[in-house]
Design a protein around this ligand. Structure first.
Ligand SMILES: [Zn+2]
Length: 157
């Protein structure tokens, strides 16, 4: 039965995380789950300003935060840095034009599974005529995870 296509569906939690996301991107995600060979979860859609501040504060001092307009209370200099955005609020998640998808069952180290998810997302996007960028291939040159391309779960319009 190895040729039988696998059937997956978005969980209620994944669907709830698509609330407020750009309808074009929602369509792509919903089509991707129908055609993917690798199940996945939506871990983030729209990101609040507060969540951006929390992310920006990780790995930064109070001074580094305040110069960028992030309140000092979000500074957590001892934690590993999670974002390299120049403007803490410029993430496409803020405007609902990005989603983060991770393979299910979740294994952050199995990059081949992220590639499988990306394959489904790009196939769905092509079918629907939507143009998508992937965080593991920002310049869309087909060479994954070059310098600066470390965001394997991230897809944006
Ligand atoms: Zn993202």
């Amino acid at each position: 039965m190895s040729n039988t296509p696998k059937k997956f569906a978005l969980s209620k939690l994944s669907l709830s995380r698509l609330d407020g996301v750009d309808p074009q991107l929602v369509k792509v995600v919903k089509r991707a789950i129908e055609i993917t060979q690798q199940d996945f979860l939506v871990v983030e859609g729209v990101r609040s300003k507060i969540q951006c501040y929390i992310n920006y504060g990780k790995g930064r001092t109070a001074v580094q935060c305040t110069v960028k307009g992030v309140p000092a209370l979000y500074a957590q200099p001892k934690l590993p840095r999670v974002t390299w955005l120049n403007n803490p609020l410029s993430s496409k998640h803020v405007t609902g034009k990005a989603v983060d998808l991770v393979p299910y069952p979740v294994d952050w180290n199995d990059l081949a599974k992220f590639d499988q998810v990306a394959k489904a997302v790009f196939a769905a996007a092509k079918e629907l005529g939507v143009s998508i960028r992937w965080g593991a291939d920002w310049d869309n040159d087909g060479n994954y995870r070059e310098k600066g391309e470390y965001d394997s779960p991230h897809f944006e319009l």
